[in-house]
Design a binder for this molecule. Structure first.
Ligand SMILES: NC(=O)c1ccc[n+]([C@@H]2O[C@H](COP(=O)([O-])OP(=O)(O)OC[C@H]3O[C@@H](n4cnc5c(N)ncnc54)[C@H](O)[C@@H]3O)[C@@H](O)[C@H]2O)c1
Length: 566
């Protein structure tokens, strides 16, 4: 059956065969066994509601096994056989173009080249889900394929509530994710409700279908890094041969080596999961792959001597690197961390001293001991960073809740006043004063034809618009304008596309409006061959409201009541 027919069928008429999971799949870690027996029965009943009764006996057993083995019911059997990627818009079986465009965005979020754990419908961030299970995926795609221009699809944490009558000017899809009642909004509550199948953490762009691969964050990371170096280097001093040490080569963190190359430094990025590190290396997002500490040290010393611009994916734990570089007297100019510390207890952060496999086993077999190891590791990491910082390293939190979790772990991370942290967040120190204060934020677009030529045309249009704006722009935004012009000029050369033909470009309101208007004209004239999806992400002026990212003051006051789930 063609993929169009399969989409139109929704839940198949015949129970599909059970299927094996691809051998090389990067699987999500087993989630905590958090439900009581009664709750497990409820989770299975919740899952069965998508299917005809005659399948219930067989599926109930299978879903209970999934719950036991993975801590969640993913409905692996219902994952479609067709290739999952952003197809050109015209190949989707839809009545209206906006619905086809949304289908394209969904399939991009689940593309194995793009998604972190595609089998478990997770795009990035360890738990950023597009849907909770494959049943929801099938139903949503069917709804989108059949909807008309005066209907609205309402999504509730991956669960399609149905098509509702609306007007042609109403949104075609309205999405909520991670809805929690404040009194039941601690991390374990989310785990429990997620295991029950009634909520999901959609991250910023997974459950809202606006993920564009690691490129989405490259621009923001590049700006952050360039400005971090501007803060510490003397005028006319170059970032060549200077070290940026960080961690994580996952969904978003995978952007760091590329951003480091564009910012012109040596990036050392530690990643404990070999699969994640190899994937980024093979995709060309890191220049070198090293799995041996001595080799790493020697390489970094020689790169420094040669004033190099290079990125290294190091397979290992970040804590070991901070400690070793200190012992070896390797000066780190800029440091950060991008492990998934918004999710410290379920595989977001791997403790030092344990291999990746041993950590996953411990997480499954003894979650309390795993927690203790994470805390211990955070204390060690902080101590090492503090020692580097005494030598002059500029360390900043990149919105992954590193400072928050380190403080909760009892690490020596608070400032003298015991209210602030020792280190700033990047929003506080860099992106806020440089970009958000002037209205610059992440403007994104996707060429739905899937053609590189269309993306090239949009780049050229955006460049022209920015140059026109620059001609009369006020002095205060001169630097931002010229950084953005260089970014879009070099975007193709930097080979940023993974998945859909997408681009990100920080822009203010004037830039967005003028670029979008120019795209419309180009589509109308046929210069661009298909519609362009326009979006943004959370990382925008007033787009995010996280007490541990945007405002670090009053930490004590809010500690324990707020979670990093914006
Ligand atoms: N600044 C922002 O706007 C922004 C943007 C994106 C993500 N984030 C945050 O950054 C974090 C990372 O996001 P992601 O999408 O890359 O998550 P991810 O889970 O896909 O990647 C994190 C990676 O860190 C690795 N890791 C964990 N512990 C490690 C350790 N001790 N040493 C070395 N590697 C380790 C994991 O194996 C994983 O591959 C999240 O907390 C996310 O919320 C912030």
């Amino acid at each position: 059956m063609t993929f169009q027919k399969q989409i139109l069928e929704g839940i198949p008429n015949k129970l599909p065969e059970k299927k094996a999971i691809p051998k090389n799949a990067n699987r999500a870690p087993k989630r905590k066994d958090i439900l009581s027996i009664e709750e497990k029965k409820l989770a299975i009943r919740n899952a069965l509601r998508y299917f005809p009764e005659e399948w219930h006996t067989e599926l109930a057993l299978e879903f209970s096994e999934e719950l036991r083995d993975y801590g969640r019911i993913y409905m692996y059997r219902f994952k479609p056989d067709y290739e999952m990627y952003a197809h050109p818009i015209d190949s989707y079986p839809a009545k209206i173009k906006p619905a086809a465009a949304i289908m394209l965005m969904i399939q991009n979020n689940l593309d194995p080249a793009v998604a972190q754990h595609p089998e478990e419908l997770i795009t990035y961030g360890g738990n950023g889900s597009v849907f909770q299970n494959w049943g929801q995926y099938l139903l949503t795609m069917q709804y989108l394929a059949t909807m008309t221009g005066d209907q609205t699809l309402h999504m509730y944490s991956g669960h399609p509530m149905g098509l509702f009558p609306s007007s042609k000017d109403a949104p075609r899809v309205i999405i909520t994710n991670g809805m929690m009642v404040p009194n039941y909004s601690q991390p374990d509550d989310l785990e429990r409700f997620n295991a029950l199948g009634v909520t999901q953490y959609g991250q910023m762009t997974a459950g809202s279908y606006m993920y564009i691969g690691p490129q989405g964050i490259v621009h923001g990371t590049t700006i952050t890094l360039m400005n971090a170096f501007r803060k510490i280097l003397k005028e006319n001093e170059s970032s060549k041969g200077k070290i940026f040490l960080t961690s994580g080569l996952g969904g978003m963190s995978g952007a760091q080596p590329k951003a480091g190359n564009i910012a012109g430094c040596i990036t050392v990025c530690a990643e404990v999961n070999p699969k994640a590190a190899i994937k980024r290396y093979e995709q060309g997002w890191a220049d070198l792959l090293i799995d041996n500490m001595e080799e790493l040290v020697n390489k970094v010393i020689s790169l420094k001597e040669n004033d190099a611009i290079t990125s290294i994916a190091y397979i290992g734990n970040i804590v070991d690197v901070w400690e070793k570089f200190y012992d070896e007297n390797i000066f780190v100019h800029v440091g950060s961390d991008q492990t998934s510390l918004h999710n410290p207890w379920s595989g977001g952060y791997y403790p030092v001293g344990l291999s990746f496999e041993a950590s996953n086993d411990l997480l499954k077999d003894d979650p309390e001991l795993f927690k203790e190891k994470v805390r211990e590791s955070l204390r060690r990491q902080t101590n090492a960073i503090n020692k580097h910082s005494e030598r002059g390293t500029y360390f900043f939190d990149y919105g992954n809740a590193f400072l928050l979790e380190a403080s909760r772990a009892g690490a020596d991370i608070m400032a003298k006043n015991k209210i602030d942290f020792r280190y700033p967040s990047y929003v506080q120190d860099i992106l806020g004063p440089m970009c958000f204060d002037y209205g610059f934020g992440p403007f994104r677009w996707v060429c739905t034809s899937g053609k590189t030529e269309d993306l090239d045309k949009t780049d050229a249009i955006a460049l022209k618009v920015l140059k026109n704006i620059q001609a009369t722009a006020p002095k205060e935004i001169e630097l931002q304008m010229s950084d953005n012009i260089i970014w879009i000029q070099d975007a193709k050369k930097n080979n940023l596309v993974v998945g859909s033909q997408a681009r990100i470009l920080y822009a203010d309101a004037e830039g967005r409006i003028k670029i979008a208007t120019a795209f419309n004209k180009a589509i109308e004239s046929g210069e661009i061959t298909a519609p362009v999806v326009i979006g943004r992400d959370h990382h925008d002026v007033s787009g995010t409201d996280s007490p541990y990212r945007e405002s670090f003051k009053g930490f004590k006051k809010y500690s324990g009541n707020c979670s990093e789930r914006n």
